[in-house]
Structure formats: structure tokens, C-alpha cells
Design a protein around this ligand. Structure first.
Ligand code: NI
Length: 135
């Protein structure tokens, strides 16, 4: 396994602040969180409104084109998207989707696997839920 040193430095900083006794323990927790998130994403089924937030390096070769291509391919699923230029290197994109939960999850997973994408978060809600009745 190889990791960029700045990523590992940041990880070490965080685990020190959180009081982990070892990097191995923190890695085990990180992997567990990854699995929980994967399992949660697999349960996204039926009609959903989804929000995919992603941060990516805009100068990663071909990445901006791939992201545009993916969105054009799912034009019936995507309601809108917002692009924010965060700084010289990074862009934030928020994609709102409405349709089949599994299709929404697949878009999120496709985006996650692209090189240069640093962060992806999927939120999915059921449009039929009566939120007024929730406590
Ligand atoms: Ni940008």
C-alpha cells in the first residue's frame, strides 16, 4: 500500500488529536467506517432524492471532462448541479438527483472511483416521507 505523505501526515495529526494509541487502531476504525458507509449506500433503493457533494482537483488530467460526461450520461436522473471554485487547485461540485436510488448510488460510486476526486458524500432522502410528523 502506498499513500501520499501529506495524506498520511494529516491522518497522523488527526489520530493524535483524537487520542488513538496507534496508527493501526485508527486504520481499523477508518476501514470500519468505510464498510459502514458502503453498506449504507447499498441500502439506497426505491425513489430517492440524492445529493452528491464532491471535492476534486480540477487540474487532474481528464477529470473535469469525465465528470461532465458522467452527468450528461445521466441527464434524466440529474436535477441540477452547482460548481464552486474552492481555491487554485480544488473544486466543489454539488449534484442533485431524483429517481431510482440504485442508479443514484451508482453515479456516486462512479465519481468516487475517479482519480483526483478527494471527497465524495452521498445523502439520499425518500421524497414520500412526511417530515412534519418526525419528532
Ligand atoms: Ni472549479
Amino acid at each position: 500500500m502506498s499513500l501520499p505523505s501529506d495524506l498520511l501526515d494529516r491522518f497522523d495529526e488527526i489520530i493524535e488529536k483524537r487520542g488513538y494509541s496507534s496508527r493501526s487502531e485508527a486504520l481499523r476504525d477508518a476501514i470500519r467506517n468505510y464498510i459502514v458507509n458502503y453498506e449504507w449506500m447499498n441500502e439506497v433503493q426505491g425513489e430517492r432524492v440524492g445529493v452528491i457533494s464532491l471535492v476534486y482537483e480540477h487540474d487532474q488530467r481528464g477529470l473535469a471532462d469525465d465528470l461532465t460526461e458522467i452527468q450528461h450520461r445521466h441527464i434524466g436522473l440529474i436535477t441540477s448541479s452547482v460548481h464552486v471554485h474552492l481555491d487554485h487547485e480544488n473544486c466543489l461540485e454539488i449534484i442533485v438527483l431524483h429517481g431510482d436510488g440504485e442508479a443514484i448510488r451508482q453515479v456516486a460510486e462512479t465519481v468516487m472511483a475517479l482519480k483526483g476526486v478527494k471527497y465524495v458524500k452521498l445523502n439520499a432522502i425518500s421524497p414520500g416521507t412526511n417530515y412534519r410528523q418526525l419528532p
